[in-house]
Write a protein that binds this ligand. Structure first.
Ligand code: SF4
Ligand code: SF4
Length: 134
């Protein structure tokens, strides 16, 4: 339990060791030992951002290239959206849902998304989780 909480914390506030593992994950050389294995298992359980149609977001390069996104509690808005001409991301469209504050969604369990995958697009805001369901 304590380990899981640590991993969840590391995903939201990645420390040096987690950042090293994450770089390996992207390069395919991740630590497959007990610590890397646990982190990888946890990552594989995180829902993918299957589609994002918000093309003016700085993370959108033929899909969401953020490592993980956060969904907010107002309109299930993508809190990770970045405009103002900024550009970022990991270079690959493999974003996952790191956390979701929309507690009343049927897929939300302990502020974590349990949907198989999500879609993001314009709705009440420029970028909302369209998979949200009450
Ligand atoms: S709006 Fe959100 S899901 Fe879409 S590309 Fe930007 S950060 Fe990713
Ligand atoms: S489907 Fe629901 S729980 Fe998952 S990210 Fe969207 S609003 Fe949050």
């Amino acid at each position: 339990m304590a380990c899981e909480m640590t991993i969840q914390r590391q995903e939201r506030h990645p420390g040096k060791r987690f950042r090293r593992w994450r770089e390996g994950y992207i390069q395919g050389t991740e630590n497959r030992g007990p610590e890397g294995g646990r982190a990888m298992t946890q990552m594989m359980n995180m829902p993918r951002v299957q589609t994002c149609t918000v093309t003016d977001c700085g993370y959108n390069h033929d899909g969401c290239t953020a490592f993980a996104i956060t969904i907010g509690d107002m309109n299930a808005e993508c809190d990770t959206f970045i405009g103002a001409g900024l550009s970022g991301g990991m270079g690959v469209a493999t974003a996952q849902v790191g956390a979701c504050k929309r507690a009343d969604c049927k897929y939300n369990n302990n502020l974590e998304c349990q949907a198989p995958a999500i879609t993001v697009g314009a709705s009440a805001d420029r970028a909302d989780c369209l998979t949200y369901e009450k």
